[in-house]
Design a protein around this ligand. Structure first.
Ligand code: GLU
Length: 505
């Protein structure tokens, strides 16, 4: 699932979309493309396999300008990463174009049907069926958004899709079922993107589309409806992240920058949440009362990947400080094993983005079985924060690096805050002990800084070690999950074999 950027408004559309796509490059992709509607009302498309510079090159060779448009970086799932298969994809008339993240599961059936009805397919992608479906419904008299609504009714799968049609000028329509998509609001212009950094330079006022939402963007604003066209109102979220925070700021790459941001991120996650005078912990306002926190009989921690490692460490913290049994589950495992959950359970879901599909599905299942949901999440307004009964926000700032660093440290910090809070309301933790732990917590950013100052020594060590082919990370107790996370980081970043083990005697 890769990048989507769309824009309608007075700014120069091609550079704006290309810049947005560049800010999503960190996600990886194999080809890219852009479609704009020109002042003569015609659609023009440029696409190129490989990096965005290839697309820029093809635009230089054959310049492109227009009034509004959409762009995409593709990570192929159906069809090779060629120019023909790169998005945007067209209908037969060339009047409709679509970009799409995700997979249309029943595309073969739809392709067969549409071919029998006379539609001509020119790519190997699943996405192309969407353009032809919209064409079919437009020809029958529907406008762009009505056609999108009819198309989503016959499609199964996961999609964030964005479409434009020259028959419906100055309008962009989008639909979401699965992959994330945000709408950006500003005066006389509207933005759409698969992730916030793509539009952060232009607006901080965003709406996260939910599953089952349709968005209709025009220069004068954005309208949201459900798949039946019923209007939905979602309040815009104000993103406090500075656009500069989503840039590299002199570091070699985002991961390095984010490693060095850890002291600041942990400090921000602690601000306003602990009082060293009284030994009190304050969680953000939420729909779970202190009485409910007192009455829970078990905690279920649900997460995936790095967040799952944070959850394993969270088990140690919560069991030790709050004396309450904790089970840790992988989001995907939880949803496929009919877990035992009761009304007396607190389910804590951990996700940096708040959009991790398996974690969200597991959380919904826990909620349906009566558990209260507490989210630990880095993105205000994301799906998890909307669906949970309460959220402890990690204040890590945007994490662009695909391998999580500062978000992980802030998840651990948040879990400790939750453990302290639970211990406190359940009377398992004396104020004096809480104060001692709080003092340690407030020293943490300084300690991380000290470790980071050893950067040159760590780099020298890396130079000694980098030719080895296997690494074992050992840890005991709470350090065992940290060993697992260390091994994951090495694998993710260097493709060197690594494993985490519990340390025996
Ligand atoms: N399934 C689509 C394709 O292969 C979209 C891939 C993506 O999410 O980038 O073209």
């Amino acid at each position: 699932m890769c990048g989507i950027v769309g824009y309608v408004g007075p700014k120069k559309v091609v550079p704006l979309i290309l810049d947005g796509l560049k800010r999503l490059e960190y996600r990886g992709y194999d080809s890219a493309g852009i479609a704009v509607v020109q002042s003569d009302g015609k659609l023009e498309i440029r696409r190129a396999p490989g990096k965005l510079r290839n697309l820029e090159e093809s635009i230089r060779a054959k310049p492109l300008d227009g009034l509004y448009g959409i762009g995409h970086t593709r990570w192929a799932t159906h069809g090779r990463p060629t120019e023909e298969n790169a998005h945007p994809h067209r209908d037969c008339s060339g009047e409709i174009v679509v970009v799409h993240n995700g997979i249309i599961e029943n595309y073969l059936d739809l392709k067969q049907q549409l071919t029998a009805e006379g539609h001509k397919f020119v790519t190997e992608t699943d996405t192309e069926v969407i353009a032809h479906l919209i064409e079919k419904f437009s020809k029958a008299g529907s406008n762009l958004e009505q056609s999108v609504m009819k198309a989503v009714k016959v499609m199964t799968g996961a999609y964030a899709l964005v479409a434009i049609s020259t028959r419906d000028p100055q309008k962009i329509a989008a639909a979401r079922l699965g992959p994330p998509i945000v709408v950006g609001l500003a005066e006389n212009e509207s933005f759409i993107a698969s992730d916030i950094p793509a539009i952060l330079a232009h607006t901080r006022s965003v709406i996260f589309m939910a599953d089952g939402d349709i968005a209709i963007l025009t220069p004068s604003g954005v309208q949201l409806t459900d798949f039946d066209g019923k209007p939905i109102s979602r309040p815009p979220q104000h993103i406090t992240w500075d656009p500069i925070m989503a840039e590299k700021g002199g570091y070699k790459h985002f991961m390095q920058k984010e490693i060095f941001e850890q002291p600041r991120a942990v400090r921000d996650t602690l601000i306003g949440r602990i009082s060293q005078d009284t030994g009190k912990v304050f969680l953000d306002d939420m729909d779970i009362t202190a009485d409910e926190f007192r009455a829970f009989e078990a905690v279920k921690l649900i997460a995936c990947g790095t967040s799952w490692h944070a959850a394993l460490a969270g088990k140690f913290m919560i069991e030790r400080l709050a004396h309450i049994p904790v089970e840790v589950d992988y989001g995907s495992e939880f949803r496929y094993r009919d877990p035992i959950v009761t009304k007396r359970d607190l389910a804590i879901a951990i996700s940096q983005s708040g959009e991790t599909a398996d974690t969200l599905a597991a959380t919904r299942e826990a909620a349906q079985k009566g558990a209260k949901i507490l989210g630990i999440c880095n993105v205000v307004g994301s799906m998890l924060t909307r669906e949970a009964n309460g959220t402890v926000l990690t204040h890590a700032g945007p994490e662009i690096g695909v391998a999580s660093t500062k978000a992980f440290t802030c998840q651990l910090t948040s879990l400790l805050l939750v453990a302290l809070y639970l211990g406190q309301v359940r009377g398992k933790l004396a104020p004096a002990d809480t104060i001692k732990l709080m003092q340690e917590l407030t020293r943490l950013p300084q300690k991380i800084e000290e470790v980071l100052q050893r950067d040159p020594a760590i780099e020298a060590l890396a130079r000694q070690l980098f030719r080895h082919t296997d690494f074992l990370y050992l840890g005991r107790g709470i350090h065992y999950p940290i060993a697992l996370e260390g091994a994951l980081k090495l694998k993710e970043i260097s493709y060197i074999h690594a494993e985490g083990y519990p340390q025996a005697k």
